[in-house]
Design a protein around this ligand. Sequence first.
Ligand code: TRP
Length: 335
Amino acid sequence: MEQEIRRKTVLSGIQPSGVLTLGNYLGALKNWVGLQEQYDCYYMLADLHTITVRQVPAELRQNVLKTISLYLAAGLDPDKCVLFLQSMVPAHSQLAWLLNCYTMVGELSRMTQFKDKSAKHEDNINAGLFTYPVLMAADILLYQADLVPVGKDQLQHLEIARDIATRFNNAYSPTFVVPQALTFPAGAKIMSLSAPTKKMSKSEDGDGTVFVLDPKDVIIRKFKRAVTDSQSDIRFAEGKDGINNLISIYSCFTGKTVPEIEAEFEGKGYGEFKIAVAETVADGLTPLQNRVSEFMKDREYINRILTDGAEKASYTARKTLSKTMRKIGFYDTSK
Ligand code: TRP
């Protein structure tokens, strides 16, 4: 008899701590859309993670609305995947506590994101910032995810999730699927326009970060100011971080390959290239921006999507949570 092949499960999330950047869109969201057809996908808004850094309450609410609207506008389809808000599924906080007790302080202190963020928020080095990767492990392990699409900056967190899963499985019996990272070559890392050796980041809203909801004139201004190098040829090469980044962005929007782009701009100057990239990005984002504003106006629809999503996610999450609790030895009144 043929064995039924289980579709692999995918889980990923983005923190709704601000408007998504071009990096979030190209590096994450756009790739997620394609995965819906092939896998059982869970895509969440990691709002619990955002409060490791102080949030303005009204802004957090608004950012959740914007981010879920962006998920939908980008093509994530609630009939094909589970779209949900992390804070609406209590199992995330619950499993995170349990997993805290299977995670070593030593391994958490090695996390580079913790080190970076504590340097940046010296006045608020809270325990949540430290145990952030444990909550992320809970997010992943609750759904028995096989694959986790992440940017390179999250690979260390994924590694710790794998370590926690393996440790728990070994201490009891197989409980969690040990997840694997899924990284995408193109757009996996869009760099800041003003400091092209650093990732384009939501929290640094200078001219280096393009937000997907930026109006056209702002996009043009940011690209015009993009840091390049002292040469003049539009060529993808080592040491030309700024130009490489612009080439990658242009490639993501046009589908053209690097050699095609180099040929297209042969003999042209950086100024002209920057404008071409800016126009392409701005025009490419316009339909997305229009869809986002439509979704944002339809609160009833958004609320329904979030309620349904939380219900579906909870169903799976609760199963894993009870299994985990049983293994640990918590008292069970149904027995
Ligand atoms: N930490 C991730 C980021 O900032 C967001 C995130 C939270 C996540 N939970 C996750 C990503 C689970 C993948 C899987 O990018």
